[in-house]
Write a protein that binds this ligand. Sequence first.
Ligand SMILES: Nc1ncnc2c1ncn2[C@@H]1O[C@H](COP(=O)(O)OP(=O)(O)O)[C@@H](O)[C@H]1O
Ligand SMILES: [Mg+2]
Length: 310
Amino acid sequence: MAMEPSRLNQNPGQQGQAVQTAMGGQNAINEAAVQQQPPAGSPTDLVHRKVDAHQFLDTNADLKINVEHLNFFYGAKQALYDVAIPIRERQVTALIGPSGCGKSTFLRTLNRMNDLIPGSRTEGRAVMDGQNIYDKNQDVVLLRQRVGMVFQRPNPFPKSIFENVAYGLHVQGKSGKQVKDTVEESLHDAALWDEVKDRLNSSALGLSGGQQQRLCIARALAVKPDVLLMDEPASALDPIATLKIEELINELVKDYTIVIVTHNMQQASRVSQYTGFFLSGKLIEIGPTVDLFEHPKRKETEDYISGRFG
Ligand SMILES: Nc1ncnc2c1ncn2[C@@H]1O[C@H](COP(=O)(O)OP(=O)(O)O)[C@@H](O)[C@H]1O
Ligand SMILES: [Mg+2]
């Protein structure tokens, strides 16, 4: 069932090359895989296991957020033009496109993070579970709990591992065993528990970059969001840490709706069921990831994925 689009293999981006270099080239990976099964959890094992996001594609998935006629302005400068995107429940939607095309801006419209930017303005609708995110009576604090966010650079608080994950729970007024249990559950769900269970009171800043990013994911999961927004969550990480995040996304999709920005097309194919292509603030095309890469409908998409620009 592995349906890695062939076009992607011809045109490896930074990450693919980095993985190959780190592991001694594609042939070395294949030979090693044939000769012996690496120990579970080892770096080679991670590369060896082929993530197949396509198997989770559900073309009947309900809409979680329906974005229509979305325009966004930084002061006088328009950054998004009449964007329409259906975001499907318990699916990963990847957003790709050249730098500066509006991917991060779009992502931030989904939990109204852009509201914090002075002089900015949003028009249009993003309806989540029947309610427009931009309704006047939308509770923005609640919205940001339901739509969590993970950033490009891991940003743990200068606190203990435990306190990082417990933070949002304390804000919600929770305490005691309820917090302890939820912290443990969230660290499990972020695939970090085994690595930190013996040092929960140590500083989060002592963790590796990849562990810090999984900690930030655990922190986002602790307040029980429905939707997770991830803005290039692995771009500051090494190849092995990147693979761990990608594997984690393939687990999280069973319970969460995920929207991920990535500049890496291989990553989009490894983690997502749907992909949208942005160019100059416009959504050019969106569809099942395999279709978009194998049979793009628009010339601009074809040009971008075949490496003619961007
Ligand atoms: N805070 C801001 N103020 C003004 N312009 C911004 C701001 N953030 C981003 N932009 C501009 O909006 C456009 C889209 O940026 P962005 O959403 O960050 O793109 P991407 O994530 O695809 O690289 C770019 O032209 C960028 O310079
Ligand atoms: Mg960006």
